[in-house]
Design a protein around this ligand. Sequence first.
Ligand SMILES: Nc1ncnc2c1ncn2[C@@H]1O[C@H](COP(=O)(O)OP(=O)(O)OP(=O)(O)O)[C@@H](O)[C@H]1O
Length: 642
Amino acid sequence: MSNHSLSKLKHVARLIFRIWQAMPMLTTGWLGIPLLLGALVIPAYGAQKQLVDLFVEGAAGRAWGELAGLALPALAMFTGVALLRAALAAWQNIWDTKLRDRASIHIQTEVHQRAVSVPLARMDDPAYYDRLQRAESVAGEELLGVLQNAIACVRLLCELGGLVAVVTFAHPAIGAILAVVFAVSFAIRLESDLVKRRLNRDLTASGRQSDYLRDTVLEPRTVRDMRLSGSTDYLIGKWSEVMGRSLSLRMNANRREIRHGMIVSAVQIAGLLAAMMWMALQLQSGGMTAGTMVVVFQAMRRAHSISGRMAWPVGKMYIQSAKIHDLVEFLQEPLDGVESETEVEVGARAGERRHPAGTSISPAESALVRQQPGTAGRIGLEGVSYTYGGASEPVLRDIRLTLEPGETVALVGENGAGKSTLVNILLGLYRPSAGRVTWDGVDYAELDPARLRDCISAAFQDFVRFETTLRDNVGFGRPEARAADQAIRRALERSGAAGMEAAAGGLDARLGLVSEGGRELSGGQWQRLAIARAALRDAQLLVLDEPTAALDPQHETELYRSFRALAQGRTALFVSHRLGWARFADRIVVLQGGRIAEEGTHETLLAADGAYAAMFRAQAAWYRGPEEDGGTTKHDAVYSPL
Ligand SMILES: Nc1ncnc2c1ncn2[C@@H]1O[C@H](COP(=O)(O)OP(=O)(O)OP(=O)(O)O)[C@@H](O)[C@H]1O
């Protein structure tokens, strides 16, 4: 096997090392049993050697009674080792299952934790998303298979180690012969195995092609068409050609395998003969006993069978190694998440602020300087720009905006203006490419991220449906607090979903179709639950991004009232294309092409007759109909937004 091939197996070793780091006791025990089993090969063969030697002596005329006495310790050793090996082998099966299952759960948990903790901006990168998908698919069933193969290899390797030791004890030269013969025959067998796997993969592809051609030829609809065009013979010929090619590939592979098998057998027989000759010479000169010769012969035969049995799991791991590489790389990717980045930056900034020029503070100190968010909730965006990874142009440019405590701000703008991007920045999910976001004057990057999250609640247009219980759907708003029934009911009430509990059949009623007997909800009902989740958080900053998209007009009115009540005393921002909502905000911010185009109240913006006024007129005309419109601009009088 080439270095390149070996380096592929390195990924499996890295994975096992990772598992060992997470579960040292279990992994050490799991590796310890095959080691012990391998070591027990030595006394087992030692006892056999003694027994054979005693029998040879018996045959040479020594009294059998005396010999039986002498054989007792060897017999006891042989029986004891056999029993111990049987017990360890059974124990090994239990540990294998335990390790495989735990390791798989552990790695899957790591993948999931990583997936939910990477910065949102990274999730937007399609390459990252592909890596996540690949890691996720390998971490399940595939990982169990890899571990199974790794276990088989470790077990065989340990046994091989024991056999080599037995042979080397007999004579180092025979140990060397065995090592060489094993290496050659294993390399040939592994290469054959890999060629066969590649061939099977190719044959699967050509099998699909031949199946397609066969089905096409037999399909009644195509028969008519083909007869007319006279293409029947052509397709049948094509099918035979594909089949013939597959057959010849298979035959070639079989011939190759037989050839390689014969080479392996020849090498092994040559090795055995060389060892036998060497031993015969030793026997003659009295340097070796018959017992030694028998066990060496046995050990070499056993080692040869291991070379064949090991090729399969190693070949399989070799094929799986690319996927394992993806998984290990994914797990080792640096998490330049919000929290870790923050730590570095806070450290740097705190260093600038507190220390004289040229000195810096330690990472430990920097972690301590993270601040708690203030209680007022004044949010400032200072010259914020944002460019998505891989994009050449920023989608937000130099945004300067302050949300005052207790103020309700409506963010409006055409599709693609950058509203959702701005919301993600405001929520601390995206980090501005330039400029900064502050909470009561302190940069988000200097705040304790967990405390900052506590101060923010949000509901999005693409809300999540948790197909568990009604309680969970609201309670997940504050999972750490395990919300009391009363708090959940209050949140449902505040989001206009007070009747949901009775309709669903209690807070513990299951929602969605995943669980048996679960009740499916309408899009609007799920959305109200998402808003109830946000209401439960009782946070200083409330953000709703297109919260009414799935609601009917009546529930939209209800939600609007709930939102007004919810927003009382908080800093609130909502994004909506329904300008009827926006008109009741304290301030409306109009985003156009990633910049703030206008700002003001409904009245001042209408009076300015700019972008907002144009959008409002367009919507109002839609509601009024052409006969009522008549080109008037008296919006307030005629437009009923809700
Ligand atoms: N993950 C992303 N990667 C690259 N570009 C993106 C990504 N998400 C959004 N954009 C681009 O950023 C711009 C602003 O998108 P954004 O979703 O913020 O607009 P929006 O005002 O919320 O639009 P809408 O009203 O349609 O929801 C758009 O041109 C969009 O194509």
